[in-house]
Design a protein around this ligand. Structure first.
Ligand code: NOJ
Length: 548
């Protein structure tokens, strides 16, 4: 593959790392992470093999939805530093060849945003039409995003005697994209952050931006997203839009648009849900099926693959029986579940910190076609906090060393927004410092995976084919790009298996790229012996290559 042809589509092969500045590294001992702290940690991310950092929202916020409730789009919450520190962090990341994307949260503002404060003061406010008002909520019932926490998407405003719409919490009024002034505001926000050096955006809540009944342009509901894309292209053609579109694959296709007119990359929520179904059944079939049916997209577009992220592990795309199976296996206690659809746990506790199962899961993450995304702390197998914290259970302070507060801060526990994990997942047992020095650690394994992934671009670029290995416990998938084929076999079960691979074409050489530790020596390519939870990656290339 010639990088000259493809490196401008850098997101296709990125290794993403999502973090919240607030919980990553405190530099001044006030108990809050900050940009100065993040800047000090960029070399650690570089060592892990990260190529793009995704920053969760860090703008001023009343913090009622972990920063997804923004009260000023143009600055930084004082606890985390100032714009100078943001630019410094971006510059240092770029210096290490790491890109930085930030959350673009423009579906709504905080109710403390000056636009909304003014809008609810009077019906004649010049910002009134920035939001969505109705005399009466529409009759049609909509599916709530936070059932149990909200009862409606419309909130009555006593003073001006109308209802405003909020897709999420009632303190997050929806912006009105039918208003051209709102569209211009969004363009200015995007232009501002691009000018400060960000390389793109993780676009929050995309379907809500385009499909609201009676709100977006009903004739052409995607026009707003296309407008955003066109604007980004004009200002910075290499900037990427990574969308949160929690829908089934066929529906997601609409959000790529035609030939680069909407999102570049989308999180693959369905594959994640099926992967957990497969892990809970110890059967590869659900994963094999979803991969085989995943639509192919053109070269500009791709999928971001993830195991865990900052929200609940969303099983909403599974049917009820499948969802119950995953719940029963990975969230046996009711309080580990949320909104009737998700699990608020980190991966390591779900897999009982079993190194074989964790490695299998991460080997899948990096070998499935797409760009892998790691949520901070997952690379060392951090545990979740008390589930009383809701989604906050997976958003605890990063554990850098074995100290009582994990090297996250020199502050005192009472100053922390969320506590540091205790018990088997306390920093004394789970931290970056120790794992970086241990070649057998999860951190070291993930660094190896990132390195193999980055030197195997055909994983992300190639055409996918799912083989039938003759055993439902095994996933055998391959991606072919030009002359080169990448093949991976994974045994999702605890028992040893023999999987049958398709014979190689004449004149081809096989190189093993990676395998689970202690794997039996290989004989015939077509007969793959794998230990329980074992895996192996290969590259198949023309003989002439190995002779060269
Ligand atoms: C999606 C974000 O991932 C989630 O954390 C947030 O609560 C909602 N959008 C609302 O912004």
């Amino acid at each position: 593959m010639n990088p000259a042809d493809t490196s401008d589509l850098w997101w296709r092969t990125a290794v993403f790392y999502c973090l919240d500045v607030e919980t990553f590294q405190d530099s001044d001992g006030d108990g809050h992470g900050d940009f100065a702290g993040l800047t000090r940690r960029i070399d650690d991310l570089d060592a892990l093999g990260v190529t793009c950092i995704w920053l969760m929202p860090f703008q001023p916020t009343p913090e009622r939805d972990d920063g997804y409730d923004i009260s000023d789009f143009y600055s930084v919450d004082r606890r985390f530093g100032d714009l100078g520190r943001v630019v410094e962090a971006i510059r240092v990341a770029h210096d290490r060849g790491i890109r930085v994307v930030i959350d673009l949260v423009v579906n709504h503002t905080s109710d403390r945003h000056p636009w909304f404060v003014s809008a609810r003061r009077s019906r004649t406010s010049r910002f009134r039409d920035y939001y969505v008002w109705r005399d009466r909520p529409p009759r049609k019932k909509e599916q709530l995003v936070f059932p149990g926490e909200e009862t409606s998407m419309w909130e009555y405003d006593e003073r001006t005697e109308q209802y405003f719409r909020h897709s999420f919490y009632r303190h997050q009024p929806d912006l009105n994209f039918a208003n051209p002034e709102v569209r211009s505001e969004v363009a200015r926000i995007i232009g501002f952050w691009l000018k400060l050096g960000v390389d793109g955006f993780r676009v929050d809540a995309v379907p809500f931006l385009v499909t609201r009944e009676g709100i977006a342009d009903e004739q052409d509901p995607h026009s707003f997203l296309r407008e955003v894309r066109r604007f980004v292209n004009r200002r910075e053609a290499s900037a990427m839009l990574l969308g949160e579109v929690g829908l089934a694959h066929q529906e997601q296709l609409d959000y790529f648009g035609d030939e680069g007119t909407e999102l570049d990359l989308q999180f693959d929520f369905l594959t994640t849900a099926k992967l957990f179904l497969a892990l809970s059944r110890q059967q590869a079939t659900p994963l094999a099926e979803v991969l085989a049916s995943r639509p192919t997209v053109d070269a500009r577009h791709g999928w971001a693959i993830f195991l865990r992220h900052h929200d609940e592990l969303n099983l909403g795309l599974l049917d009820d029986a499948e969802k119950e199976e995953v719940f029963a296996r990975f969230a046996p206690d009711e309080d580990q579940r949320i909104y009737g659809r998700g699990i608020i746990r980190r991966l390591a506790p779900m897999l009982e910190s079993d190194p074989r199962r964790l490695r299998l899961a991460y080997s899948l993450l990096f070998s499935l076609p797409g760009a892998p995304m790691i949520f901070y702390g997952e690379e060392i197998g951090m545990g979740e906090l008390s589930t009383d914290l809701g989604r906050g259970a997976v958003r605890g302070p990063m554990q850098w060393d074995a100290g009582p507060l994990g090297g996250f801060t020199t502050s005192t526990p009472s100053k922390l927004r969320r506590p540091v994990a205790g018990g088997a997942y306390a920093p004394a047992h789970v931290n970056v410092h120790d794992q970086r020095r241990d070649p057998e650690s999860l951190w070291s394994f993930i660094a190896t995976l990132a390195s193999r992934y980055r030197s195997t671009p055909e994983i992300a670029w190639g055409d996918l084919h799912v083989q039938d290995p003759g055993d439902p416990r095994v996933l055998a998938h391959q991606t072919t790009y030009g002359d080169v084929t990448f093949i991976a076999v994974h045994n999702l079960s605890a028992e040893p298996v023999t999987a049958r691979l398709e014979p190689l074409a004449e004149g081809r050489t096989v190189t093993v790229l990676l395998e689970s530790s202690g794997s039996a020596p290989q004989g015939e390519h077509t007969e793959q012996l794998l230990d329980g939870y074992g895996f192996r990656w290969f590259r198949v290339s023309p003989d002439a290559w190995s002779a060269a």
